[in-house]
Design a protein around this ligand. Structure first.
Ligand SMILES: Nc1ncnc2c1ncn2[C@@H]1O[C@H](COP(=O)(O)OP(=O)(O)OP(=O)(O)O)[C@@H](O)[C@H]1O
Ligand SMILES: [Mg+2]
Length: 315
């Protein structure tokens, strides 16, 4: 298994083919191999009852799997001729299998829905499980809508380590695809980092907004310096993060969020913003998990230490 490859979860469904196409374009642009992984799930006992029935069911399932992998391979080769494509049929539960296959992958790509579920379900258990548990970025592809030229990458940042990782990933995507980057940060006068309190009625909201804008500028600055050709727009809005990101996601080629925000809890895979967006994002959604970053290297985290309320402007 190579170190730098993109893994796609394939189950024969239309969204998983859309995921394979999205991943093919990405692998082509990055010059990376693409691994198509299908998990062949053993039939649950007590069905089928006899050993012969079990063998027959397993053969049927694995035949389906091979067919779906071949179909996905044909599609990605048509999408991106010359791509290095590998097929990987494995036995086991889909989330565990794809995670194992992607242990050293740089990106996992999955359809939002698969062959199961029910009408109206926005994100299936495999897609959701991958977004919750993959150590590398996961892109959830909803449908086969291909990006129109110039659609920006939109990223939400909140001052968390995962937000910083999301920003770095989004910068890479915008540079890779030669599009603009829109960096969105929301704030609220009633929701504070590390505490839950209501702002006094006479709070200087303009000063709070200016402080948030300054914090975002500082977070983005190193990326601007590293990529002078990249157009970066910063958007600071007093709003709920999901609503603000959805407002901008409609015209985006990719929406990027961190896996967890500033209210992360050990053992909880995704924060509420990223978890909600796996359900409602209109287009491809990247969920990026952070390598742990010490708080003293995180400008927004540092700014928010202490009471936070009294400091109205960054220096
Ligand atoms: N057996 C599998 N092997 C590899 N990838 C899979 C498998 N099953 C699902 N996937 C991936 O997960 C994506 C979402 O499918 P998922 O199974 O999560 O939703 P669903 O089938 O609609 O609902 P359910 O949670 O009931 O299975 C698929 O598009 C595919 O990319
Ligand atoms: Mg399924």
């Amino acid at each position: 298994m190579g170190d730098d490859e993109i893994v796609v979860a394939v189950d024969g469904s239309i969204p998983s083919l859309a995921a394979a196409r999205w991943a093919a374009v990405e692998a082509g642009q990055r010059g990376l191999p693409l691994r198509l992984v299908h998990a062949c799930v053993r039939a649950p006992t007590p069905y089928p009852r006899t050993r012969d029935e079990q063998v027959a069911v397993f053969h049927a399932l694995s035949d389906h799997g091979r067919t779906w992998l071949r179909e996905a391979q044909g599609l990605v080769e048509r999408t991106c001729p010359g791509l290095d494509v590998r097929q990987d049929l494995r036995v086991g539960q889909a989330v565990a299998v794809v995670l194992a296959a992607a242990r050293r992958a740089v990106l996992v790509v999955t359809g939002a829905r698969g062959l199961g579920g029910f009408d109206g379900l926005a994100v299936g258990s495999v897609a959701s499980g991958l977004a919750h548990h993959a150590p590398c970025p996961v892109v959830i592809v909803r449908d086969d809508r291909f990006p129109v030229a110039d659609e920006p990458v939109v990223v939400g940042v909140d001052g968390s380590a995962a937000g910083a990782a999301a920003l770095a990933f989004a910068v890479g995507e915008a540079v890779l695809h030669g599009v603009d980057l829109e960096v969105v940060h929301t704030w609220s006068p009633v929701a504070f980092p590390d505490m839950w309190a209501v702002q006094p009625l006479d709070a200087d909201l303009a000063a709070l907004a200016a402080r948030e804008e300054g914090l975002l500028r500082r977070l983005v600055e190193p990326h601007r310096a590293a990529h002078p050709g990249l157009t970066v727009r910063t958007v600071v809005v007093r709003d709920r993060p999901v609503r603000a990101l959805l407002d901008r996601a409609a015209g985006a080629r990719l929406l990027v969020v961190g896996g967890r925000g500033r209210h992360a809890h050990p053992g909880v895979g995704l924060g509420s913003t990223s978890a909600s967006l796996t359900h409602v994002s209109p287009g491809p959604l990247a969920v990026v998990r952070a390598a742990p970053v010490p708080d003293n290297e995180n400008p927004i985290g540092r700014e928010h230490e202490g009471d936070g309320l009294q400091r109205t402007e960054e220096s």
